[in-house]
Design a binder for this molecule. Sequence first.
Ligand SMILES: Nc1ncnc2c1ncn2[C@@H]1O[C@H](COP(=O)(O)OP(=O)(O)OP(=O)(O)O)[C@@H](O)[C@H]1O
Ligand SMILES: [Mg+2]
Length: 308
Amino acid sequence: MQNIISVANLSKVYASGFEALKDVTLEIRRGEIFALLGPNGAGKTTLISIICGLVNPSTGTVLADGHNVVTEYRAARSRIGLVPQELTTDAFETVWATVSFSRGLFGKPPNPALVEKILRELSLWDKKDSRLRTLSGGMKRRVMIAKALSHEPEILFLDEPTAGVDVELRRDMWEVVRQLRESGVTIILTTHYIEEAEEMADRIGVIHRGQIILVEEKAELMRKLGKKQLTLQLQEPLANVPGGLDAYGLALADGGNELVYSYDADAEQKGIADVLGALGRAGIHFKDLQTSQRSLEEIFVSLVSERS
Ligand SMILES: Nc1ncnc2c1ncn2[C@@H]1O[C@H](COP(=O)(O)OP(=O)(O)OP(=O)(O)O)[C@@H](O)[C@H]1O
Ligand SMILES: [Mg+2]
């Protein structure tokens, strides 16, 4: 697949002397949903701001659909829609005027039918004549998305699109994002709701202290790092794991009432059969069992804390 954004050896030192990005190299594939995860202050907004031409890089280059974001700013920017993390809206404008004007800013001819379609999809149609200052926080965020979509970008950046948005609306937004991807738009999003990335992303990038520490297909990441657990509820509590079972790395939980076996998600399932056989021979009986897989959230937390 062809890459739509190429970031090469990018670094950013702010005027304060703070180094917010360190030698970042990253390719975004055309048509994918890419989730950029990282703790507060990791450099996500800085990276997005550079790609969108709002902040100058210190070194390195960024191409958006083949256009250098510094030397060919207009060509690059016209392909990009940005929903910024910080809401900036003109409080006295109406929803309709703001979204229509935004399209004009990119030199596109008026298209009321498109603006109507966008507002309807984002459940903003009944607010089209409302002034922005009269909207709730979640509605303002939706207006920012409508603005970003108004000029039909090929690439859409969503910087914390669902911060402060209720569960139902978050699901609606995911649906809108999926439809956009269906229509060929490339989407890069940041989020602190890791389940959002788990639900939506094709690939995951993790940034920590200005450095990209991992880029991986989501499915591959879950397969490689998504350790699985088998939990057995015992008929009789155990004071300790019998010596004969040492090889399996079993752990007791719930005051000795549960036995937990952790294994690699891609390991041979034979491991489970072996464990259950060994338990039977040791005379340990269980009344119930569950398996669970480590979530992306747990993977993320362990990746980041390993490096703190
Ligand atoms: N204009 C600026 N001048 C100096 N330092 C800045 C500036 N903007 C950002 N920084 C610093 O750069 C670092 C990265 O900030 P950035 O906003 O990119 O983080 P982020 O990953 O988006 O975090 P969050 O999850 O909180 O949104 C932070 O330490 C921040 O204080
Ligand atoms: Mg940010």
